[in-house]
Design a protein around this ligand. Structure first.
Ligand SMILES: Cc1ncc(COP(=O)(O)O)c(C=O)c1O
Length: 388
């Protein structure tokens, strides 16, 4: 099946639901059983992992979303979490124990970094940050107690593309697991398990939901034992997403292919236009041929989502504010993957260590929505007038 056919047909069975097209929202805490024996056996065998047995452990709506994303990514199973951040922190918690060592990419989403620097420190896990461009060099950082190598490719502020197959090969040689935050790649444009990843994380808040109106996460696994370990951990924490949010995410996902096709084309138009402006030092977007990560992106990805960075030549805070505060369509706000265009300032120098971020210039991160690219370009052009 083509990927858009998959998006439309996975995770629903109209004939099992009176012909209703969408998988319904099952609201549940209590699940009732016909006999004491059935109640006692409710978590026996695979029912612990895939059965509908208590609301907090999942309903047909949550399973439909998790299974759909797992199938799209090529994994054996998935779990839903209350946010994308929870997907990352639950995945880390599932595979790390006190005394373990974690290799964390230095370009990681900042709240994931904060989790390592706070909760994981408290739990006795040591984190070493590594250069996103390290490639096979990761082998030199792996210790006997390194359990997890966490990747995010490209990083969602600075957009370095990681050599995931090379990192995965080095990690597997030393029995470490590869976790990937695959939110930018989406389940459509990067197939994590075909590239050596063991556990994939999606902030479904972004392109999957697509409406800027909910937060939700999904973790998927390459192997059954990893899926069960993830599920054991999320069950132990009582971590779950609400069925209404799963329903909305499933509904959003049906149109993700069409949205991404339009957003990718618009992002390329806008990025190319920006790249030619004298005010712009560099556009951080792997889909551009001039980008240093382009060859890896071309090798491993089948498309680009519509989030990129723009490094401006030196500009004062006041001038940038004049430009950005008065955009007509680009609104200032965090998150991405919705239908509308966004912009935020970014300051990697504030936290990057491996290596420290020493590139001069003012960094803004743009998300390209579903507006007509010509309107976005004219908004940006007007903004440049205000920058001078
Ligand atoms: C790369 C990446 N991962 C994870 C998250 C967290 O997702 P959520 O907002 O659902 O917690 C974000 C949010 O911006 C993100 O950019």
């Amino acid at each position: 099946m083509g990927k858009n056919t998959d998006l439309v047909h996975l995770g629903r069975d109209p004939m099992a639901q009176h012909g209703v097209v969408n998988t319904p929202v099952y609201h549940a805490s209590t699940i009732v059983y016909p006999t004491i024996e059935a109640f006692k056996n409710r978590a026996a065998d695979d029912r612990k992992y895939r059965g509908v047995r208590y609301g907090a452990y999942g309903t047909p709506t949550t399973f439909a979303l998790a299974d759909t994303v797992a199938q799209l990514e090529g994994g054996v199973g998935g779990v839903v979490t209350s946010s994308g951040l929870a997907a990352a922190t639950m995945a880390l918690t599932a595979f790390l124990n006190s005394g373990d060592h974690l290799l964390m990419v230095d370009s990681v989403y900042t709240p994931t970094r904060e989790f390592c620097n706070s909760v994981l420190v408290r739990l006795g896990v040591e984190t070493t940050y590594y250069d996103p461009l390290i490639g096979t060099g990761i082998a030199g950082l792996i210790r006997s107690n390194t359990r997890v190598v966490f990747t995010e490719s490209p990083g969602s502020l600075t957009f370095e593309v990681q050599d995931i197959p090379a990192i995965a090969a080095a990690a597997h040689q030393r029995d470490a697991l590869i976790l990937l935050d695959n939110t930018w790649g989406t389940p459509l444009f990067f197939k994590p398990f075909a590239h050596g990843v063991d556990i994939s994380i999606q902030a479904a808040t972004k392109y999957i939901a697509g409406g800027s109106d909910l937060v939700i996460g999904i973790i998927t696994a390459a192997e059954e034992q990893y899926f069960r370990q993830l599920k054991d951990t999320t069950l132990a924490f009582g971590e779950i997403a609400a069925p209404d949010d799963c329903y909305q995410a499933l509904k959003g996902m049906r149109s993700m292919g069409a949205r991404l096709k339009q957003q990718q084309a618009a992002a390329l138009d806008v990025a190319r236009w920006l790249q030619d402006r004298s005010e712009v030092k560099r556009v951080l977007y792997p889909a551009l041929e001039e980008n240093p990560g382009h060859h890896l992106w071309q090798r491993d990805f089948t498309g680009a989502s519509s989030l990129f960075g723009v490094l401006f030549h030196e500009a004062s805070e006041e001038a940038v504010a004049r430009m950005v505060d008065n955009y007509r369509y680009f609104k200032i706000g965090a998150s991405w993957g919705g239908f509308e265009s966004l912009v935020i300032p970014a300051d990697p120098a504030a936290y990057r260590t491996a290596p420290p971020w020493d590139e001069s210039g003012y960094l803004l991160r743009y998300h390209i929505g579903l507006e007509d690219p010509q309107d976005l370009i004219s908004d940006l052009a007007d903004g440049f007038q205000r920058l001078h």
